[in-house]
Ligand binder design. Sequence first.
Ligand code: PMP
Length: 318
Amino acid sequence: RATYHPGSGWEGGLEPYGPLQLDPSAQVLNYGQSVFEGMKAQRSAKGNIVVFRPDENAARMMAGAERLSMPPPPPELFLEAVLSTCRANAHYIPPQGKGSLYMRPLLLGTGSILGLGPAPSYSFVVYAAAVGAYFKTGQLTPIDLIVEERFHRAAPGGMGGTKAAGNYSPVLVVQLAAKQSGYADVVYLDAKTDTYLEEVSSCNIFVVKGNTIKTPPLAGTILPGVTRKSVIQLARQLGYEVQETNVAVTEAMEADEIFTTGTAVVVSAVGSLTHRGVRKQFGEAGQPTRTALRLYEALTALQQEKADDPFGWIVPVA
Ligand code: PMP
């Protein structure tokens, strides 16, 4: 944990996991000055502990900090905090292929303020927890999604392009309703026209037709996923034509395949998409579709050091 006070900059170090002490007037509790990150460390096939593209998470946190008027932790501090948290928790990292250590960097306006304004001081905290597959059905079982028709996740000019905590609380009621109806999650549509796919509550979305893969563009309303960016590159390398472009929900309902990407979900095939009571099934029940599986394998081979990393994406925890 590191704290920031104007004048003295960032100061801190490793400490045991435990509660944070906050004043009731802490900015984050009242006005929500908070951005976070999600990243994984895992044991690779070469026996290393590795982290995937942490510089991307650092850059995204910096951008979010700017949007929410917070002092960004310098990238070197971000990286050192993540790597030292990883080292200190290495004994919790599951065996190779059995899961990973999820790491959660938080940047919080912890200083007290009564009227609306930025916090006078900040905390940067990284905590960690061992995790398995994100969806309870397991990593390779396709997920059922429903198009959300009532609520939007983000509006143009809002915070949808940042990992602000405030983007996630409005999603809870939507996610719960979807789960109660038997869906793993929802797909949001754009707030302006209610026509185009945006993303899922915690992952980006891709639509495949023939050799073409489309994914919604980074127009400020969806999160610029690290996995999204990586999968676009891997798909191009595998010979797919990848387009970052608007995808109408009607187009998605006629696609060959849909899949989602994220640190938590990795690459997850979508088994069905339901829109206005119509359910479209993709592939064979219970089986991941072809492109999703190919990309899952390409990405995880790289992340687990089973394949060469020509991009410099893998950072070993020394
Ligand atoms: N969209 C949202 C809303 C998310 O919360 C996440 C998870 N961070 C993603 C997309 C995927 O991003 P990443 O690939 O960086 O995990």
